[in-house]
Write a protein that binds this ligand. Structure first.
Ligand code: DAH
Length: 365
């Protein structure tokens, strides 16, 4: 039999098909289970071997030609359909951009990130400790034995029950217990800062029952007050992003340091506002108390499991909320913890504004 006319007819109908649905219908008509070419293939089984040898290749050639023509026609129609779709679709560039995410980074988190960045550059790592503390770490090991008057000054929140070792449990009143925990866990030398939440039963415009501190601790050989002063000066210049920061070290008392110094920072009045910088003692200038510090008391080094004849160190503690207020100009501490979305929109930071020393730790609020 001659299949060339069937082939010519099939190819002509494929060529004439104007859309993908027609192509699919033709595929079913020729090649589907009940299709005409499939039926021809089935006749091969009933033929004599000679007839099959003559017919077989022709039927297969017919099937291949039709299959190829269908595939080609389909590809051409698909490409045309895509072209038409692209030509019909338009992008309206005048539509407003999608709204940006609304959340902001809390100034306390931002300042803590700034502190970590500044101190990392000086070789400090970040250490942490529990907010639920025992009185040994919070007081005793910091040279405040049970009868020590400084304990009473801390307005401590105590838990009703003692821990398994008979120690009173409390909410830590400062970040200083992290000094002890880190010495015991890591030994010496050490360079750490420990930012975190602390708690005291106290509440007014400048005090909230929960607030934030950052502790600093350096333990090494031959450490002296000069190292302390340089470190604090370098930190405060980087943090406030001004070179004219001047410090004044005043003798003070903390049980965990000896000698102890209170550190004041010079300010001047500009348009009725206190601006950090300037010489402190000049007319119109003044000193603002900023942080507590000193050389780590020998007894504290012993409680930390180290030999004070071999290791010395300095420590400091400063309020993170207060640093944030001074740098970014808020004046009511209580608003920090109200969770008011408007306050956060105003004083919060963009999540993309990651503090880095190279780009400036001072983010734009
Ligand atoms: N822990 C003290 C407080 O909460 C602050 C402090 C003062 C920490 C002197 C220190 C330090 O490490 O050396 O009032």
């Amino acid at each position: 039999m001659d299949y060339s006319s069937s082939q010519a007819e099939a190819l002509a109908r494929i060529a004439a098909a104007g859309d993908l649905d027609s192509i699919e219908r033709l595929r079913v008509e020729f090649l589907g289970k009940q299709g005409s070419i499939s039926a021809l293939l089935k006749t091969l089984g009933g033929m004599s071997p000679e007839a099959r040898q003559a017919e077989g290749p022709q039927i297969h050639a017919l099937r291949e030609a039709v299959t190829a023509a269908l595939a080609d026609a389909k590809a051409v129609l698909e490409a045309a359909a895509l072209e038409a779709k692209l030509a019909a679709e338009t992008v309206d560039l005048s539509l407003p951009a999608p709204e940006l995410p609304r959340g902001t980074i809390h100034p306390v988190s931002q300042v803590m990130d700034e502190l970590a960045e500044i101190f990392a550059d000086m070789g400090f790592s970040v250490a942490t400790g529990p907010e639920i503390e025992d009185d040994w770490h919070n007081f005793t090991a910091l040279n405040m034995p049970e009868s020590h008057p400084a304990r009473a000054m801390h307005d401590t929140f105590y838990f009703p029950d003692k821990d398994g070792e008979g120690r009173d449990m409390l909410l830590r009143t400062h970040t200083s217990p992290v000094q002890i925990r880190t010495m015991l866990a890591q030994g010496a030398p050490l360079r750490i800062i420990a930012p975190g939440r602390v708690y005291r039963s106290d509440s007014d415009a400048t005090h909230t029952p929960m607030f934030h501190q950052v502790e600093g601790l350096v333990i090494d050989k031959g450490i002296h007050l000069g190292h302390l002063k340089w470190t604090l000066e370098t930190f405060l210049k980087a943090f406030f992003e001004r070179e004219d920061i001047v410090l004044r070290l005043r003798p003070s008392y903390f049980p965990f340091t000896e000698p102890s110094v209170e550190v004041d920072v010079g300010f001047k009045l500009e348009g009725g506002r206190r601006v950090l910088g300037g010489s402190g003692d000049a007319p119109g200038h003044g000193w603002m108390e900023l942080l507590g510090s000193g050389m780590v008391n020998r007894k504290v080094i012993e409680y930390g499991g180290l030999d004070p004849d071999e290791w010395q160190g300095f420590a400091f503690g400063v309020g993170v909320d207060r640093l944030a207020m001074l740098k970014y100009g808020m004046d009511d501490l209580r608003a920090f913890f109200d969770g008011d979305g408007r306050w956060l929109q105003h004083y919060g930071f963009s999540p993309l504004d990651v503090p880095t020393l190279s780009a400036g730790v001072g983010a734009v609020a």
